[in-house]
Design a protein around this ligand. Structure first.
Ligand code: GLY
Ligand code: MN
Ligand code: MN
Length: 503
């Protein structure tokens, strides 16, 4: 947003008899603001110099530099534009909390709205990286305090010099970016779409001068998006540490929830959601996705996020929640807990089968193994149990071939995890869904069984039971490491863990 201002000596409305008074006018959120020249002058002065002369580089600066190098090698001679995105209006002058695009964070370590990273090809090969940012608010033109996005309202920003130091990047004023891009329109360009419509328009304008059709341009941009997700499939050691820290905070949040079960019983699932959220905000940035706090029959609704149901003695509570770190990496963990502290024999039976499927799936995670395999073994284990219970008619091979168990298993066994909860979704199928596991990949392992309350194909006592166990697992060079091992997984361990926390 820009601040338009007028200094004027404007007569008051004719006939009101007032003397002419100097006024300062600015626009804030579309509304004209008029303040006296005296106040405007006064607000320009009397501020201390707060420039930090020696800001510390962010921890991940060395890693973001390597990531940019890898991307640079993939697109020689091309200009790459990776926007952070803009604030989104919720209503009037209120915005949603801002979350920058993951690829921008991955490559820059920065989280500023309106930011943009540009990799500019060098003539001798490689790229120069520059981050374009909003500079500090101008105090002379009133932007600082009269614009709703000025620093007086939204907090101090880093100066461009500070950002350059912190991020290990050249930093320039983002308002100059359209002009900078226009200076060399002949350089082939790719932009990461879906985050900044005005920058896409600028790039589109430049492309209008090239031979690229709109379709070719869209394909080239998609190649950039795919390349970034491909690259993000394997986490570097700093990212693994972030994910571990997201999981550690999540473990604490699950402990908080266990202790809060009596209050949840007296209120609703919202108490669970709120309890976890408190931990997420204190330890990290936020929750990494909408918390699923599903008690009783709600546990059979996969994306139960209304969280407004009761939490009753004797029911199972399925809690699927993850803390997102301040660096924006998220955990994704599920535990299914007996609200009263002990599983009924039937609940335990369902739980044990899901646990067996999870154990089999975790054992299938090792470098060189196909990504599809852990899903296959989990589904097979669940199908075997369902046939044994008489819920499905065997043989198991037929059940699995036709996918009949899916009536009760419903979803895949897991996904990549990182800056996004469902990370790297655009990665090429040959490196991801039909690829082999590599050390540094982090995945969720989350089999489940869900018997809908109105499913007449299962005995009545099973209806309304939903169980999922979800852990976050790192593929290592030797096999794998369960990052969320701080939480109990077996039914016995869950009961013992609850016993320590329930009053
Ligand atoms: N929390 C969403 C998922 O488990 O994929
Ligand atoms: Mn989950
Ligand atoms: Mn998940």
């Amino acid at each position: 947003m820009t601040v338009s201002e007028h200094h004027s000596s404007r007569p008051q409305a004719e006939g009101d008899g007032a003397a002419e008074a100097p006024v300062f006018t600015a626009r804030k959120n579309g509304q004209e603001q008029t303040v006296s020249e005296e106040l405007a002058d006064w607000m320009r002065t009397g501020w201390a110099d707060t420039e930090s002369r020696d800001p510390q580089p962010i921890e991940q600066a060395a890693y973001t530099a390597k990531r940019r190098e890898a991307l640079s090698a993939r697109f020689p001679g091309e200009r790459l534009v990776v926007p952070a995105g803009n604030l989104k209006t919720r209503s009037n002058d209120t915005e949603y909390p801002f979350r920058p695009s993951c690829d921008y964070v991955y490559l820059s370590g920065d989280q500023s709205d309106d930011g943009c990273l540009v990799l500019e090809p060098r003539s001798g090969g490689g790229h120069d990286a520059t981050v374009y940012l909003r500079p500090r608010s101008n105090r002379d033109n009133g932007e600082f305090w009269l614009d709703g996005h000025g620093e007086l309202w939204s907090g101090r920003r880093h100066s461009l010099a500070e950002s350059a130091q912190r991020l290990g990047l050249q930093a320039h004023d983002v308002r100059r970016l359209p002009e900078v891009l226009s200076e060399a329109p002949e350089v082939p360009v790719r932009i990461l779409r879906g985050h900044d419509a005005s920058l896409e328009e600028v790039v589109g304008g430049l492309r209008a001068q090239s031979a690229d059709s709109a379709e070719t341009a869209a394909e080239r941009d998609e190649e950039l998006a795919v390349a970034l997700h491909d690259q993000r499939l394997v986490k570097d050691e700093w990212e693994v540490a972030q994910l571990q820290s997201a999981v550690d905070a999540t473990v604490l949040g699950f402990g908080d929830v266990a202790e809060a079960l009596p209050q949840a019983r007296a209120t609703s699932e919202r108490y669970i959601e709120g309890t976890f959220f408190l931990r997420a905000r204190v330890e990290g940035n936020d929750v990494g996705y909408g918390t699923i706090a599903a008690s009783g029959p709600n546990s059979t609704t996969l994306h139960w996020m209304r969280n407004d149901g009761p939490v009753r003695e004797g029911e199972l509570l399925l809690l699927d929640a993850g803390v997102e770190t301040t660096t924006l990496y998220t955990a994704d963990v599920t535990r299914t807990l007996p609200v009263s502290g002990r599983f009924t024999p039937l609940q335990r039976r369902v739980y044990d089968l899901v646990y067996a499927a999870q154990e089999a799936a975790i054992a299938a995670l090792a470098p060189g193994r196909p990504f599809t395999e852990y899903h296959r073994v989990a589904q097979r284990t669940l199908a075997e149990g369902l046939v044994e219970w008489g819920l499905l008619e065997g043989p198991v091979d037929r059940v699995v071939e036709l996918g009949l168990q899916r009536r009760y298993t419903l979803h895949g066994t897991g996904h990549m995890l990182g800056l996004d909860v469902h990370d790297c979704a655009k990665a090429r199928t040959e490196t991801h869904l039909y690829g082999d596991l590599r050390p540094g990949m982090v995945l969720t392992v989350e089999p489940g069984l869900y018997f809908q309350p109105d499913d007449l194909t299962v005995p009545e006592e099973l209806r309304g039971i939903g169980v999922r166990i979800e852990d976050d697992v790192l593929v290592t060079s030797e096999g794998n490491r369960v990052l969320s091992a701080g939480l109990p997984r077996t039914a016995d361990d869950v009961e013992a863990w609850l016993a320590q926390r329930l009053p």
